[in-house]
Design a protein around this ligand. Structure first.
Ligand code: DGL
Length: 270
């Protein structure tokens, strides 16, 4: 895709429960130049996939409130499907900066499928979401939507990103119930920002020629609407990564973000 050089320094706040938001960060960074990023991982409450919708909404409200006291945010990106379906659009009412999110690309999968069987991988909280359930029930009249929710898959994705070996068999077990399908999905929705991190592993356990669809591209259109193209001569700031709990993986996390172009990592107590 064509790269876009912005004439001003925009501060983008990227949020995820953990490291999955990096898939969104990588994509944004590959297209828009001259952006200053603040990435916050709420590792204190990771994973979000087993938390209630209300818990996530309140948590996000608290985080955005505190973060906006410290930083001048151009745009907040909820780079987490679970947090987005649980908090958008309500959360927008509380802040005067724009907030966009990622949600599972169900409509895209409908356009893509030829055999009308669609796999839908997401967290438990995402799949339990009222709007998502309603949509799945409606679509199940014409299509077959096969869902799998798994926190284990989220943990495995983080593990891999932090440099640990993950066993294909562990992933296979998660999809045991798909073994006996007469017709296998030809399209699979990756409805969690962690899942593109293990795309290669997923490809090895499923039949060939499956379309995997994640949410990263949908963010770009929303993105262009809010960025500021008007000011010039803004000094380059440093990308910052914030974590909410000092975990035993913090050294690996720091190393990962340094490699990704972040200059500073600090704890954000909340
Ligand atoms: N990355 C998050 C998502 O897109 C969820 C991971 C979690 O369970 O915390 O849904």
């Amino acid at each position: 895709m064509k790269q876009i050089f912005l004439r001003s320094q925009n501060t983008i706040f990227i949020f995820d429960s953990g490291l999955g938001g990096i898939t969104i960060y990588n994509y944004i960074k590959s297209i828009f130049l001259n952006i200053n990023f603040i990435y916050l991982l709420d590792n204190k409450y990771f994973p979000y996939g087993n938390k209630s919708k209300n818990f996530i909404l309140q948590r996000l409200k608290k985080i955005l409130k505190k973060i906006s006291n410290y930083y001048n945010i151009t745009l907040a990106v909820i780079a987490c499907n679970t947090a987005s379906v649980s908090s958008l659009p309500i959360i927008r009412n509380y802040f005067n900066f724009p907030i966009i999110g990622v949600t599972p690309v169900i409509d895209l999968a409908i356009k893509q499928t030829k055999n009308n069987v669609i796999g839908f991988l997401a967290t438990n909280t995402t799949l339990k979401n009222f709007k998502i359930r309603k949509k799945i029930n409606f679509l199940n009249k014409k299509y077959k939507i096969k869902t799998i929710s798994s926190s284990k898959l989220v943990f495995l994705a983080e593990k891999k990103l932090l440099g640990y070996k993950i066993k294909i068999n562990e992933i296979k077990k998660i999809f045991k119930s798909w073994d006996n399908f007469k017709i296998f999905p030809d399209t699979i929705i990756l409805g969690c920002t962690h899942f593109p991190l293990i795309l290669n592993e997923l490809k090895t356990i499923f039949p060939k020629n499956i379309y995997f669809l994640d949410s990263k591209k949908s963010i770009i259109l929303k993105f262009k609407k809010y960025l500021n193209y008007n000011q010039i001569n803004v000094k380059k700031k440093e990308n910052v990564v914030l974590y909410t709990e000092k975990s035993k993986y913090i050294k690996q996390i720091e190393f990962l973000f340094l490699k990704k172009g972040f200059k500073k990592i600090s704890s954000f107590k909340i």
